[in-house]
Design a protein around this ligand. Structure first.
Ligand code: AMP
Length: 327
């Protein structure tokens, strides 16, 4: 196949022949290489940020980006600042060759796969605190996580200056945090959310699914099955608490699922409206505000985080809670 090229900059993709139908994107590593390749792009830039180990969920983001921009820029970087000590930073799968082949099939133009010292050329002493939205749920389980996500994403927005950036609803809280950070810091990018891509058995695609044994994989189906049950209950008029309970019931029936949280949040503000024990609900006045503002029904998101064996999985679904008399 043709090698990926960006005219005028002398950068070529590490092309491999695979039938002549597709070409690999240009691969850059250092900041200088990346800057030169970016300078050669004229037209609308669409950005997809990933940690690699790409699957059809990531590729869906790239396909959407391809429709939205003249050039699709993809970053592949396992970002150390969003992992806490003891998390799976070292073990996280790194599959650059396969990722480049996968990106060739969806027409990505330019990849930046920096080493940590390219992404963070000097010890960094600036941090971003995304505020209360980053303290609940994933932020409660992983207190430094969203600060690290906000930092790398803000840096990459500054380097790439994309017109539009695509993020998956799979990481719904990340999407909400980034919308909030970019709005408050006036980062001039349009953020687009992309619906979750699932396997045939309903399990949301995730780079971490490869850690599951065959038997754990079957149990992992209960996350999406539970969310479906919760969403159906909500559609039939269940309360926020009842929708959460419907999810928990499916997870408990499956057995062997260690629930971190099940929660129902307001879609826009991520205010926690109902949740399993131990999760801080949004302040009463905030809950009343988002509930009251919703009028005919509230756009909410039902979320689950659970360990299946040693693998921590997250999943979520959108639902509209019906207004109920007295609420
Ligand atoms: P990650 O490599 O896990 O950081 O993910 C990179 C981007 O892909 C994030 O915006 C994720 O939300 C998104 N993503 C990951 N899995 C899926 C999926 N199953 N469906 C849709 N988007 C996804």
């Amino acid at each position: 196949m043709a090698e990926g090229t960006l005219s005028g900059v002398g950068l070529r993709g590490e092309g491999q022949h695979n039938g002549g139908m597709t070409q690999r994107p240009v691969l850059t590593r250092t900041r200088d290489e990346f800057a030169r390749a970016l300078a050669a792009l004229h037209g609308r830039r669409a950005l997809v940020m990933t940690m690699g180990a790409l699957h059809a969920g990531h590729l869906e983001l790239v396909k959407r980006a391809k429709e939205a921009g003249d050039h699709v820029v993809v970053t592949i970087f396992v970002n150390p600042t969003q992992f806490a000590p003891g998390e799976d930073f070292n073990a996280y799968p790194r599959t650059l060759e396969a990722d480049m082949d996968a990106l060739a099939t969806v027409g990505a133009d330019l990849v930046w796969a920096p080493a940590p010292e390219d992404a963070y050329p000097e010890p960094i002493d600036v941090s971003i605190d995304p505020g209360p939205i980053a303290k609940v749920l994933e932020g409660a389980s992983r207190p430094t996580h969203f600060a690290g996500v906000a930092l790398i994403c803000t840096k990459v927005m500054g380097l790439v200056r994309p017109d539009v950036a695509f993020f998956g609803e799979k990481d719904a809280q990340q999407l909400a945090v980034l919308r909030h950070v970019f709005a408050q810091l006036d980062v001039p990018v349009k953020v687009e959310g992309v619906p979750i891509v699932r396997d045939e058995d309903g399990v949301a695609l995730s780079s971490r699914n490869r850690y599951l044994s065959e038997e754990e994989r079957i149990r992992a189906r209960s996350l999406s099955a539970g969310l479906r049950a919760g969403a159906e209950a909500g559609a039939k008029g269940a309360s926020a608490d009842e929708a959460v309970a419907a999810v928990v019931e499916v997870l408990e029936d499956a057995g062997g699922i260690d629930i971190d949280y099940v929660a129902l949040v307001d879609e826009g503000t991520f205010t926690v409206l109902a949740a399993t024990a131990g999760v801080a609900l949004g302040a009463e006045e905030e809950r009343a505000r988002v509930t009251g503002a919703a009028g005919g029904g509230r756009s909410a998101r039902l979320l689950v985080a659970a360990r299946v064996g040693t693998t921590r999985l997250i999943d979520n679904t959108a639902l509209v809670l019906k207004e109920r008399a007295g609420e």
